[in-house]
Write a protein of this length. Structure first.
Length: 85
């Protein structure tokens, strides 16, 4: 399975998860939300989770590992991180 985390900024004011955080694309200083996507090795979406906009990447990992174990019955997880520069 593959996991990717990204963010998108918002212009509205009514999203409870919207918060100022690290903008991955260097955009404006607007509030944002962060979302993680788990895909199969073939790229088919399996699960998505939305986090508050000020959630750091490391804070999302435990929830995703738990999701893989509980929802998909995966007993062993090896985590590999790549960083785009």
């Amino acid at each position: 399975m593959l996991y990717d985390l990204t963010s998108t900024w918002l212009t509205g004011r009514r999203c409870e998860l919207a918060a100022r955080g690290h903008s991955r694309d260097g955009k404006r200083d607007d509030p944002q939300i962060v979302f993680g996507l788990i895909c199969s090795a073939q790229g088919c979406p399996l699960a998505v989770e939305v986090f508050a906009g000020n959630t750091g990447d490391p804070a999302t990992v435990a929830a995703q590992v738990a999701k893989l174990r509980e929802r998909f019955g995966i007993a062993h997880v090896a985590w590999s991180a790549t960083v785009a520069c």
